[in-house]
Each structure stands twice: as C-alpha cells, then as structure tokens.
Design a protein around this ligand. Structure first.
Ligand code: ZN
Ligand code: ZN
Length: 465
C-alpha cells in the first residue's frame, strides 16, 4: 500500500491524494486549485490519473479546494462512488452549482472583452451528476468502500459535515491504517462540534498544516468584539458591512448575532444577509441539526439557531438594491469574503466613504484582494472601476477561523497518537499537506521535537504506508 501526493502538496489549494491498495486506487478529495487564473486553469485540467483507473473517491468536506474538481472528474467519465457525509453531499449541491456558475460567468466575461478563453472546466449538469454519485454516510460508522478496504468518518469540526477519514486496508495478513485529517477545525466554534480525533491509531497520518506557524485569538473574544462594533456603529447611526464567505463564516456571524441579541448585548437593528449562496447554504444547515453542537445553549433552546427576529435573508436583486435606500443603522453580511465579487461590492461602493459606517473584516484577506486593501486602510479603494474614499471605520476580528491553529492541530495529532498507543498501533509517519511551505516547515520542526517522524511531500511524491 502506498500514497501518491498530487494536490495541496506544499500549497493550500487543490486537495487530492491517491491511495494505492492491492491494485485499486482511491482518491482522497478532488479539489480545485485556486489562485492566478492561467496557472490554476492549467493545473485544474490535469487529472492525476486517468478516470478509468480510479476505483473510489472519499471526500472530506464541501469546500471548493477539496470538492471543486469532482464535476470535472465526472465530466471526464468517472462513474464510481463518491463517499462523504450527508451534510457534505447537501452542501456540495449548493457549492458545486455555484462553482459551475462562476466558471460560466468567467468565460462570458473574457469573451466580452475579446480576451482568449477556454471553455469552463465543467457545466452545471456535471456538478449535479457529481452530487448524484455521492453517497451520504453518517459519522462513526464503518463502510465497505472496496473489496478489502473500509472507511470511517469522524467529525473534523471545521465546517458543517466536515470529516477526518480513517481508511483500513487488508493486504495479505496485514491490516494498514491511514488517517486523513481533512481540514481540522477548532474547539468552541459556534454550531459546529469540536474536532473528534479518530480512535484506534494509525500507521500513517496525512495531515493539514494551514496554520502550522501561528496561534489564533480566542473564539469568545471575537463575539465580544462583534458586540462592541455593532453598539458603537449603531450609536453613530451607521451601517456595519461584513464581507463573509457564504458557507461557514456567514452562519457563524448570524449565530453570534442571535446569541448577542438574546443576551440583550446588541441594539435592535436589522441584520440583512444579502447573498443567495449564503441563503442556500443556510437552508442546508437546517436539515442537519442532528450534527450541531448540543453543548451550546442556543442550539438546545431554539428551534433554529440561524433564525431570529432581526435577521432577513435577501435573494432577489431588487431586495438587495432596496437596502441602499433604507435609513438608520443596520448590519449587512454579504459575500464574497475577500470582497472580490458578490453583492458586498455594491454595499462597499455605497458605504465605504461614510464615516458613520464600519467595515468589519472577519475572515482571511489574501494578498491582492480588496479585502486586504481594506484591512490595510488604503485611503482610496477601487470598486467596479470607481474610486471610493475609505472614510468608514475598519475593524479586523482575528478570532473567527474554521482552521485550528498550531496548538489545536498538535493536540488533535497527540490525541490520535495516544489513542493509538491504547490500541497498540503507533504512528509511523506523518505527512503534512494543505499548507504553504513556511507554515509546513515550522510545524514539521515542532512535531519532530514531539517525537514524530514527519515530512511534507511535493506533488508527485509517493510514500509507503
Ligand atoms: Zn476547508
Ligand atoms: Zn481546505
């Protein structure tokens, strides 16, 4: 048995690894490479192996950098099963459809500008076909995925439905065990349960390392600051504009606003979630209350933690435009998180120059994005080609993250190791994936100090199990 590393090797996006077992091949994730358009387009069109050589796919969660190439796999002729949790399957119906639409619009944009373009990677029909091939499974139950190979999903605590996957394979008289971490979340995130490190040990761990070189601020601190920003902005009669990813961050912010409102910690001002994708993703949450974190009072005591009297979800363009004409303080949560597309751009164009308003940054702001320019408080922003003076207050909350920091990832791995000691199966190798080289190198060094045998494979490398 061996592992071949393909995507998210010495980088963050394009998660994809191949397990070779008894002449069978299993894909772990099949994510989209994201980044510079030309470079990622080329990488996305190159599958790591011909589709007729793939026997099964195991998917960790619905983020596009993990699931986003599955429709392409299907378009190329893959007809086999894609195993994942039920919530991930439902979220993929929303996220992959959106991904297909973004690609279609991208091609139309290039066409209009007379720039060279190639057809979209896949169509909406391909996205739906990929969802059709997904088998939704519960957590903590062994599944026979191929002859001699079984898998079990545990909660990774990262986003709704996210999983770490244990793969057990028989070769001759020996049973090998691989644990694939997926993206590891953090303790005390709203709605989502804490990460549940798999029991029973592992010979090999394939592990993410996104924040291998940093620690986050606390989750509680983020909610406190959210309350303060809303009180201060409402007192000025301004708007709080929050660019947020439609899946994950939007629901966390709505949940926190609900909790703050119930505790009488924020004024009674309307909250608009102005994103059709966020509305669709939020609807999926309502179907999977069985995997919410029941230790939270808001979840035990309310029928739907994402619904409360102040919040309105807007779908139509007309409803969205009407927000421009409303007076008085309000909160607007809209995609995209990096403020590179989506309805947040309209709200920023209208609201960034008003000193009563606050732009509240709750997510990662990559270089060369409008979000980053806002975080840097550049005096003039470019939005839809217009110059907009930045006179609104800018606040940055670092406590919101769906990824564990280096301390949380380490305690996840230590838990897998100590469970393994009980089961007499000790970790032989840890392979770091899904991280920039600097984060991986720092994390690898600290794991070595803890006695782990660890490396960070390049794309194309193989390792025995
Ligand atoms: Zn993720
Ligand atoms: Zn990821």
């Amino acid at each position: 048995m061996h592992i071949e590393f393909s995507g998210a090797a010495r980088e963050v996006t394009g998660s994809c690894h191949i397990l070779h077992v008894n002449g069978q091949r299993i894909l772990l994730d099949c994510g989209l490479f994201q980044g510079r358009r030309e470079q990622s387009r080329e990488k996305n069109r190159k599958l790591p192996l011909p589709v007729n050589k793939i026997d099964a796919v195991l998917l960790s969660h619905a983020h596009i950098d993990h699931a986003g190439r599955l429709p392409f796999l299907v378009a190329q002729g893959y007809t086999g099963s894609i195993w994942t949790t039920s919530a991930t399957r439902d979220l993929c119906a929303v996220m992959l459809a959106d991904s297909a639409n973004i690609q279609q619009r991208d091609v139309e944009y290039l066409e209009r500008r007379g720039r060279p373009y190639s057809p979209p990677l896949y169509s909406l029909a391909d996205a739906m076909q990929a969802v059709d091939q997904m088998i939704g499974v519960p957590y903590n139950r062994w599944l026979d995925v191929l002859p001699g190979v079984r898998a079990l999903y545990t909660d990774a605590g990262h986003i709704l439905g996210s999983a770490s996957i244990v793969i057990e394979a028989k070769e001759g008289s020996h049973t090998h065990r691989v644990v694939f971490s997926g993206d590891i979340g953090r303790d005390d995130q709203p709605i989502i349960r804490d990460p549940d490190p798999p029991h029973g040990g592992a010979d090999t761990v394939i592990m993410e390392s996104t924040y291998g070189n940093r620690d986050h601020e606390s989750v509680d601190g983020a909610r406190e600051q959210l309350a303060r920003v809303i009180r201060e902005t409402a007192a000025r009669g301004g708007r709080v504009l929050i660019p947020a990813f439609a899946l994950g961050r939007t629901q966390e912010v709505v949940y926190d606003l609900h909790a703050l409102w119930r505790a009488d910690r924020i004024p009674e001002i309307p909250v608009f979630v102005d994103s059709p994708l966020a509305l669709d993703a939020t609807s999926v949450f309502a179907l999977h209350a069985n995997i919410f974190d029941r230790s939270e009072a808001l979840i035990r005591e309310t029928a739907n933690p994402l619904e409360f009297p102040l919040v309105r979800f807007t779908r139509s363009v007309e409803e969205s435009k009407q927000l421009n004409h409303r007076h008085g303080p309000m909160v607007i949560v809209a995609a995209s998180g990096m403020a590179e597309s989506g309805r947040i751009l309209h709200h920023l164009r209208n609201g960034a120059s008003d000193p009563r308003n606050t732009i509240l940054m709750v997510g990662f702001a990559a270089e060369n994005t409008l979000a980053r320019r806002i975080v840097e408080k550049q005096p003039v922003l470019r939005v839809f080609g217009d110059e907009v003076q930045l006179a609104a207050q800018v606040e940055v909350l670092n406590g919101y993250s769906a990824h564990g920091d280096r301390t949380e990832m380490r305690s996840w791995l230590d838990a897998v190791r100590s469970e393994g000691v009980k089961a007499r199966r000790e970790i032989q190798r840890v392979h770091l994936v899904h991280g920039e080289a600097s984060a991986q190198d720092a994390f690898a060094a600290s794991l070595r100090e803890g006695g782990y045998n660890v490396d960070a494979p390049e794309s194309g490398d193989t390792r025995p199990v």
